[in-house]
Design a protein around this ligand. Structure first.
Ligand code: C5P
Length: 409
């Protein structure tokens, strides 16, 4: 994968590792990357604008209200210009500013205004990195969709040893090659995904229905995560309280039958994720009028099985998606039951969900899941925001689809 003509904005932060930004710039320039740079006020304590400009052969941006810079390119255009923005080094203080959403100088304003992927490259003392405040910021920033590389374990400039050392320019370079390679593949292959989410409603009469407590949040976050990776994504959702942004293609349905019809219409796709809590049963008949108490008899609620959408997709000989993912909401024997399910439903991955507690899972912003593949390999993800978990699942799915590609290195 060549990085030729990729546009990268490098924000040089204020830490001793700032000098390594110069090495990275040289490496990227040698590979014909088009670079613009912002040097923060504390970054200036470690490297000079002159050394950066000498390497980039272009102006180093510094101040928010510099009339000359704004005339050349205003801060909003600068935030949209790049294919990727890198902050290097990312200090503990800078992470705090970003997690608070500050826009107090050119660097933070550009980052807040950007609609591009942002790669943070932390470098700090091991105690600072492991401090609860920094780890909390890390979670917030991952939730916001920032990408991270490092920090690595090693000896630091302060003489201490541990996790906090900045990834080397070479490691960052390899990361960038993989990053752009994956972006290109997704784009060239025109990858498409469908995601089912939320509950379904099965009406007994015009006002009464069978349903469940699914909030639809995990499926919604998955749709956003895949979209961010460049996949064309369609979300098929049962009734939820979520307000969806305009940036997703969404089809709202009510019943399992409608969900199945919409899934069939959406094929072929490369990725199918069944995150919906589909009602397993539905009344055989729906009364046209509200069932009166005095007329009620048990025939009014005779149930039949709904179609199994996940099963339909996994066993679809004509248009089976490349990766089919199911969810398994269990209150006991979570792993065992999920492994059984993956075998029964022939899907590629199962996201096993413990719904026995209120603090995560159904209706919560948090989840705690195990990702299980059909060979029985298990990746456990401790309790975290559903958005964070969605990013991890989305990356695993793309790896599954793309990693065998011969061009990947
Ligand atoms: O068998 P069980 O309902 O526990 O399986 C859960 C998985 O199957 C989830 O991925 C859910 O979205 C999917 N499912 C489905 N259609 C159904 C029932 C479940 O797609 N009718």
């Amino acid at each position: 994968m060549t990085l030729k003509n990729k546009k990268i904005l490098i924000i040089v932060g204020g830490g001793i590792a700032a000098y390594k930004a110069l090495d990275l710039i040289r490496l990227l320039k040698k590979n014909n990357v088009i670079i613009k740079t912002i040097l923060t006020k504390s970054g200036r304590e470690f490297v000079t604008p002159l050394s950066i400009t000498t390497l980039t052969k272009s102006k180093t941006f510094e101040d928010m209200f510099d009339k000359n810079s704004e005339a050349e390119i205003d801060h909003i255009s600068l935030s949209r210009w790049a294919d990727l923005i890198i902050v290097l080094p990312t200090t503990a203080n800078f992470m705090t500013k970003l997690s608070l959403g500050k826009a107090e100088d050119l660097a933070t304003t550009v980052l807040l205004a950007s609609n591009k992927d942002i790669l943070l490259v932390p470098a700090m003392n091991v105690r600072m990195w492991l401090h609860k405040a920094t780890q909390k910021n890390l979670n917030i920033l991952q939730d916001y969709g920032y990408h991270f590389i490092g920090p690595e374990k090693g000896e630091m400039a302060c003489g201490e040893y541990g996790e906090g050392k900045m990834s080397s320019p070479r490691q960052i370079f390899v990361y960038l090659k993989n990053y752009f390679h994956q972006k290109n593949l997704v784009k060239n292959k025109n990858l498409k995904a469908l995601i089912t989410t939320g509950p379904t409603r099965e009406y007994l009469d015009p006002v009464r229905y069978i349903s469940n407590e699914s909030s639809g949040k995990q499926g919604y976050e998955l749709a956003l995560a895949l979209k961010r990776l460049g996949v064309k994504t369609k979300l098929i959702t049962g009734p939820t309280n979520l307000t969806h942004g305009n940036d997703l293609k969404i089809k709202k349905i009510i019943s399992a039958k409608e969900m199945m019809d919409e899934v069939k219409k959406s094929l072929p796709v490369d990725i199918a994720i069944c995150a919906a809590a589909v009602s397993d049963f539905k009344p055989i008949r729906k009364s046209k009028t509200k069932i009166k108490r005095k007329n009620f008899n048990e025939k009014n609620i005779t149930l039949e099985k709904n179609p199994d959408i996940l099963d339909y997709l996994s066993k679809n000989n004509k248009a089976r998606p490349g990766v089919v993912v199911g969810f398994s909401a269990e209150t006991e024997n979570v792993i065992h039951n999920s492994i059984t399910k993956i075998k029964e439903k022939h899907c590629d991955l199962i996201i096993a969900n413990d719904v026995s507690r209120k603090s995560f899972g159904f209706n919560s912003d948090y989840n705690k899941v195990s990702i299980i593949d059909k060979n029985g390999k298990i990746k456990f993800i401790p309790k975290n925001k559903k958005s964070y978990i969605a990013n991890i699942i989305a990356k695993i799915i793309l790896d599954k689809l793309l990693v065998n590609d011969k061009n990947f290195n």
